[in-house]
Design a protein. Sequence first.
Length: 245
Amino acid sequence: MSEVERPSVEVRVLFFGAAREALGRDEARVRLPRETSGREALDLIRREFPSLARFAHSLLLAVNQQYVPLDQAIEVCEGDEVAVFPPVSGGSSAPDGDLFAIVTEPIDVGEVARQVVPRTCGATVTFDGYVREWTGNRRTLYLIYEAYEPMALRELARIGREAHARFAIERIAIVHRVGRLNIGETSVCIAVCAPHRRDAFAACEWAIAELKRTVPIWKKEVFEDGEVWVEGERSSPVQGEGEAI
């Protein structure tokens, strides 16, 4: 069947991070073949918006808040939500007492930790990631974080489930802030409770690495002499283990 004869549908395409900034828009309506692949869909979107060409082959694709490997065959439906973004840089309570949230207000690290302390544990390991003033020889003025919020919350919950499967922990909380953050302000807090500290430390370290690898949150670093979106690994997070950003 020729290209013109292939059935197509109109989808809603969302742009995030540096891709959104390059286009100067948050979303668009695009027609895609109903039966396609991740790679073809991304190529067609690039063709529709030439400003995305500067990202070469580094863009990632998600359909209805699920990562799509570029070599995977997919079927899209009328009105589907397709997200296009660079590699990620980097609420609600779960029924088991875990906590996952994207917030715009300052994060109280102690309060986050206390929300997930059960009677079976006597200590909590917390990770407090905050804005540093210097990156190498460049002075940072502030950071801007942006998230694909529905998918980010979904990924945070997945990290929580996997943390329980990998480590002997009781509860986990992951809270990430978006918007403008000044020097010294907390951008992400992870709190892990476990009967034994070894598991709590290991789970906390694994969770921050996984968050930076897969959760669709992007960071713009604003320096005295310029600004840059911080990007992660080029490969899709669904293709296997990656390095922390």
